[in-house]
Design a protein around this ligand. Structure first.
Ligand code: ADP
Ligand code: SF4
Length: 694
């Protein structure tokens, strides 16, 4: 299909110093949980994005020296020449598809606790490390400053040798030391590097000049700058010093990559910020410089992209998450099929991979992180290996993805769901406040399935074992999901909590399906017991508080929705709940329920207290909806006659988890169908550290 001429502007080349990007799609630096530890996985992931049409592909933040070691996090390293072969894998993969490779050099200041190298950290002023052992970074003295500039320069020269086309000077996310120097919060120096803004900008200016002088002949020099920290007058503001820094250095770099800081603000989830949310903060930049400007804002719509270019907000569309959810986003626009774009839902499961120090995963893109180790490609998949038909029971994320991918392989697929509206849990959860975008998990798959004549969707069809046997498909996937428990069993309570059963204890399923309305009292205090710790407990508390019900969130954890530290939402969630008047009772477990009250106990002392409770909602753990699967297993003797070769449970039915896990499970089923399976064999390649036998 031909490209829509309205989008031609997105495919214009952009000059970045001595290099030129072939179009305006720019994958900005992003962490990924691979870093120096999984270089082959990393190179393959970046290479796929270059293949998908992103003109610039950047690394994650890359430590320039062993005194800025951010262990245990897995970021890039360019400490010395030993790191170059790994980085070269990435530049080669990017160049193979005619894109530019960019490296974000980073010195983390007090953010690097040097847990691995055991060096003393360096920062503008004496400052406690932000995490890790309770150690402190030392204020750089003159000799340290000279060293820092040399380390950065050496890292830039190494970057050029590794094949990078663009080299970053990093002053963003409250992580890079050059931002710390700019910041009145972090920089308390009294020498020529502290005090006035002119002084606080000095080091950034010097390092940009050093870098240009060292490698500017062949590499574009980019600066990533946080123009607003969303801290009001306590931080850099786009109408104040953020503006002034750009004005002072306007023409010095070859490209400005501008955003808001810190990372939870820059990568805000869709629950809290919409597409394009950074525009008000960054739109001034282009008026101060002739150099290209890149910004981000979770753009997935080509119309929005054209708008921000034409309205002069930015020259290149920066993307981390949209490029993760769909590495082929630019190609799809170029080929005139923007409807095929797999839009990011803004959930930050990708970030959770990085924060868990494992290769990142993505809710929308099950191939993310699997490009090298499983050889999965986001757009291509092996043709079917047999003529068997496949019946999939359940059209939630797992069933939909399995049907889509099997359909792409060429199998004849029947997908059935008990409900009229497919989507399973995402259809329900997308109704929660701020989670509308989660419906994209369903919508993209339904859109793709509609284009596949070999996939049939049956709505309002509850399948029994009898029906499945009569249907006679070669393979059956049971994707029937799971349900929340109502007995309190979860991470903390390993046996049912006494006293819950006689009273109407609700679960998220009751609330989401509307059953809560008939089961619960409409007035009086609501207590949510959250032992799941992801978004559900917190979001239900938000809902009930907004209804005007006195709401208490009880959790054995230290704070509400504590796992959302991994999706960098916890601050916003906590703030929202507190502002709505939700009472948060941390470090508490359940003891017993009575008609109007609930006994809870401190998880440490066991001290019991009684709180008012008319409606109790437990958010603890989930059980697979496995009745159909078990019924089919008991009828194994009938399979042969029915023509059934395999029955497999997938998604939440196989193991309740995140939506990302369900999509992955469905995709994996589709990839592996008709392939030999040996449960004793590790099903992916590993990046092992070579040990020479002694
Ligand atoms: P997952 O996250 O694993 O995809 P979901 O809970 O989102 O699981 O989706 C499961 C879907 O399966 C739901 O839409 C539900 O209506 C459907 N389902 C459950 N049991 C049956 C059944 N026996 N026949 C058809 N559909 C079913
Ligand atoms: Fe977007 Fe979620 Fe995928 Fe991250 S995990 S890229 S936020 S869909």
């Amino acid at each position: 299909m031909a490209r829509d001429p309205r989008y031609d502007i997105l495919f214009e080349p952009v000059k970045i110093g001595p290099v030129a990007a072939r179009n305006r799609f720019y994958q900005v630096p992003h962490c990924n949980g691979m870093g120096y530890r999984y270089p082959m996985s990393l190179a393959a992931m970046r290479g796929v994005k270059a293949e998908g049409g992103w003109a610039v592909i950047s690394t994650e933040e890359t430590e320039i020296h062993h005194t800025t070691d951010i262990a245990p996090y897995l970021e890039g390293r360019i400490w010395d020449d030993q790191d170059l072969p790994a980085l070269q894998k990435m530049t080669e993969a990017v160049h193979e598809h005619h894109s530019l490779a960019a490296i974000e050099l980073c010195y983390n200041g007090h953010y690097a606790a040097n847990n691995y190298s055991r060096e003393v950290g360096l920062a503008p002023s004496h400052q406690a490390h932000a995490y890790g052992e309770p150690t402190s970074a030392r204020a750089l003295d003159k000799a340290d400053l000279g060293n820092l500039r040399r380390w950065h320069r050496n890292a830039a020269i190494r970057s050029k040798r590794a094949g990078f086309d663009i080299v970053y000077v990093y002053a963003g996310h409250d992580l890079g030391i050059f931002q710390h120097f700019l910041s009145r919060r972090h920089n308390h120096r009294t020498d020529e590097y502290g005090g006035s803004l002119e002084n606080r900008v000095r080091l950034l200016r010097e390092v940009i000049e050093d870098t240009k002088e060292a490698i500017g002949d062949r590499c574009g020099i980019a600066v990533r700058l946080a123009v607003d920290e969303l801290l009001g007058t306590d931080g850099i503001e786009h109408q104040g010093e953020g503006h002034d820094v750009i004005a002072m250095l306007a023409e010095l770099p070859d490209l400005w990559d501008v955003n808001v800081s810190a990372w939870p603000n820059d990568s805000a989830t869709a629950r809290f910020c919409e597409e394009g949310f950074q525009e008000p903060y960054i739109k001034f930049v282009k008026s101060l410089t002739t150099k290209p400007v890149v910004g981000v804002g979770r753009y997935t719509s080509p119309d929005s992209m054209v708008r921000v270019i034409k309205s002069g907000i930015m020259d290149m569309i920066g993307a981390a998450r949209p490029s993760i959810a769909d590495p082929f986003l630019p190609k799809k626009i170029e080929e005139g099929r923007p409807d095929d774009i797999r839009e990011c839902i803004g959930c930050n499961i990708c970030v959770s991979g990085d924060y868990s120090m494992v290769p990142m995963r993505c809710t929308q893109n099950p191939t993310m992180g699997e490009e090298w180790r499983r050889g999965w490609h986001p757009e291509t998949i092996a043709a079917k290996a047999s003529q068997e038909r496949v019946l999939i029971v359940g059209a939630g994320p797992a069933g939909l993805e399995a049907a889509r991918a099997l359909g792409q392989r060429g199998y004849e697929v029947s997908l059935s769901d008990a409900n009229r509206e497919p989507g399973g849990r995402v259809t329900l959860e997308a109704r929660l406040p701020g989670l509308t975008t989660w419906g994209r998990v369903r919508d993209w798959r339904l859109g793709q399935i509609a284009k596949l004549p070999n996939v049939e969707l049956y709505r309002s069809s509850t399948l029994t074992a009898e029906y499945v046997l009569a249907f006679g498909s070669g393979h059956v996937a049971v994707a029937t999901g799971c349900h929340w428990r109502n007995d309190g069993v979860g991470r903390t309570h390993h046996a049912p909590v006494p006293g819950l059963a006689p009273f109407a204890t609700l679960t998220p399923d009751d609330v989401l399906s509307g059953a809560a309305a008939s089961k619960a009292t409409r007035t009086g205090p609501v207590v949510i017991f959250d032992d799941d710790h992801y978004y559900m407990g917190g979001i239900l508390a938000e809902m009930f508080a907004k209804m005007g019900r006195p709401t208490t969130l009880v959790t054995p954890a230290a704070e509400a929705s504590v796992w959302t530290h991994k999706t960098i939402e916890h601050e916003r969630i906590q703030t929202r709940l507190l502002e709505l008047g939700v009472t948060i009772r941390a470090h508490r477990k359940l003891v017993c329920r009575t008609a109007d009250a609930l006994d809870i106990a401190c998880v440490f002392t066991g001290r019991v207290e009684t709180i008012d409770c008319r409606t109790l909602i437990t958010v603890t753990s989930r059980l697979p909806e496995e009745a159909l699967y078990q019924a089919l297993m008991t009828r194994k003797a009938d399979w042969q006659e029915a023509g059934i070769k395999s029955v497999t449970r997938i998604g939440d039915c196989a193991g309740p988890g995140t939506i990302a896990a369900a999509v992955f499970s469905g995709h994996r089923y589709a990839r592996d169908l008709d392939a030999p399976f040996d449960p004793d064999v590790v099903p992916f390649k590993r990046e092992r550290i070579e040990v020479t036998p002694s």
